[in-house]
Ligand binder design. Structure first.
Ligand code: DAT
Ligand code: MG
Length: 140
């Protein structure tokens, strides 16, 4: 059964381009409740750890460099069917393939710098949420 939480990051490109407010607004309008949130910056080591599953991919080095290149907004979101509904709200990994009106279509510039992260499973949502937040940081 799907759980009701997912994990997101507003990535360094979207922060640099001044899109934090618009993205949070779209997240709220999409019916998601923010239950934990922080403005932070990943070290290259932490970014590498977060994306360890992609360590063998050719773009891994670029990804780690980009994700540690500036501040991000990390958040845990709550909604029925959160993981799948949030993936729909953000759109395809490559903004060129993302549906009209999705967050990546609106704010991403390339497949590598694609504005937002969204967990791909309930299991990863829990792991990724715990990577950034303690239980005492979450206010449901
Ligand atoms: P998603 O973020 O949609 O879950 P993913 O898990 O396949 O996508 O990849 C993680 C991130 O890695 C993605 O958001 C951007 C980067 N990435 C993926 N494929 C890439 C590619 N072909 N070239 C450059 N960066 C890529
Ligand atoms: Mg992914």
């Amino acid at each position: 059964m799907a759980t009701n939480r997912t994990f997101t990051m507003i990535k360094p490109d979207a922060v640099r381009n001044g899109h934090i407010g618009a993205i949070l607004e779209q997240i709220n309008a999409g019916g998601f409740k923010i239950v934990a949130m922080k403005y932070t910056k990943l070290s290259a080591e932490k970014a590498g750890e977060f994306y360890a599953v992609h360590a063998e991919r050719p773009f891994y080095g670029e990804l780690v460099e980009f994700m540690s290149s500036g501040p991000i907004v990390a958040a845990i979101l709550e909604k029925d069917n959160a993981v799948a509904d949030f993936r729909t709200l953000i759109g395809a990994t490559n903004p060129a393939d993302a549906a009209e009106g999705t967050i990546r279509k609106r704010f991403a510039t390339s497949i590598g710098e694609n504005a937002v992260h969204g967990s791909d499973s309930d299991e990863n949502a829990a792991i990724e949420g715990s990577f950034h937040f303690a239980g005492t940081d979450v206010f449901a």
